[in-house]
Write a new protein. Structure first.
Length: 327
């Protein structure tokens, strides 16, 4: 029974990851091919999203440069909540590290819990990993993940919640099946509660963000299911006749709210590889650990052996040799 539940969870995570990437890549890159105009809009948006890291194009853990079409590589996906910081560096609500072997057409995915207690590179102290972005943006986040797992992070894709809301509004909202009655605070007005009732509901951008953010009344698994609902609904709408005519608007909003060090040509290459990847080629890795409360603050404390196992699996998949000196 537990094995069945585990398989179901893995399938859900694979499906969610696919849909996240497809939504980003379809819209940003302009894939879909219904007109050269849309492809051009996607190309323009992908150029607008490009943001090189301070370190340059190559991870310091790499001895040689890699080619996205030839060599195994990694991507760190960051979902950032910056609505409370006026557009400045916010905390990462989602951190997913993905490694891809383009020749073998396999991928490994690990979600790093936002409350994971790690050493924040450049700060000289341990803290929640989601604070790294608030302290130092994508660069510090990437350096912290590299230190934590001892693997190179070659690329990143960062999206903020304003982009999420804009896309939903561009699509004139999405319809979801609310699993039970609950409420969540709005990100737009302090203290405002948005109420959801069990059954079918049409959500605008503000409501959809509250819907996928809520954690107080169920688990992270429940939140993942709600995220998948909204993503599926958005993808379905993009491919309606009405949605296709709005691809240029959607691409523009994503261009304003997504940043990545993937160049336009690399995005096209990535889309082709990901599209052909079999579902059973994606392996989901999960940290084992325990809840901890230190000085009154909650953390997720991963077990050292679990971190080492995941690190070794990712290194092997990337054909990467550990550079750790054992400190």
């Amino acid at each position: 029974m537990s094995n069945n539940k585990s398989r179901i969870r893995r399938r859900k995570k694979r499906s969610l990851l696919r849909k996240i990437f497809l939504l980003v890549l379809i819209v940003v890159v302009g894939v879909g091919g219904y007109a050269a105009y849309l492809a051009f809009q996607g190309w323009q948006a992908s150029k607008q999203t490009y943001n090189e890291l301070d370190r340059g194009n190559q991870s310091e853990l790499r001895k040689d440069a890699i080619s996205i079409g030839e060599d195994p590589f990694s991507i760190l996906m960051m979902g950032v909540e910056d609505y409370s910081t006026g557009g400045e560096n916010g905390r990462t609500d989602t951190l997913i590290l993905l490694t891809i072997d383009p020749k073998e057409k396999t991928a490994k995915m690990v979600s790093i819990p936002r409350d994971t207690r790690v050493e924040i590179v450049g700060r000289g102290e341990k803290d929640k990993i989601n604070h790294a972005h608030a302290f130092g943006g994508p660069d510090m986040t990437i350096e912290t993940v590299e230190k934590f797992l001892d693997v190179p992070v070659d690329y990143y894709v960062k999206a903020n919640f304003e982009g999420f809301k804009s896309v939903i509004d561009d699509l004139d909202g999405v319809k979801v099946e609310v699993p039970f009655d609950f409420w969540e605070y709005s990100d737009e007005e302090h203290g405002k509660k948005i109420y959801f009732e069990e059954g079918s509901m049409q959500l605008d951008g503000e409501e959809a963000l509250a819907y996928v953010r809520m954690r107080r009344f169920d688990s992270d698994f429940g939140r993942s299911d709600r995220q998948k609902q909204v993503i599926q609904a958005a993808i379905s709408k993009v491919f309606t006749a009405k949605g296709l005519f709005k691809v240029d608007e959607i691409a523009g909003h994503l261009g304003e709210n997504i940043s990545t060090n993937l160049r336009a040509g690399e995005l096209f290459s990535l889309q082709r590889q990901f599209k052909d990847m079999p579902s059973d080629g994606i392996e989901t890795l999960k940290f084992n650990g325990e809840d901890a409360r230190i000085n009154g603050v909650y953390y997720f404390q991963p077990y050292e052996e679990s971190v080492n196992e995941i690190s070794a699996a990712l290194q092997q998949h990337l054909n990467h040799t550990s550079t750790s000196s054992g400190d």
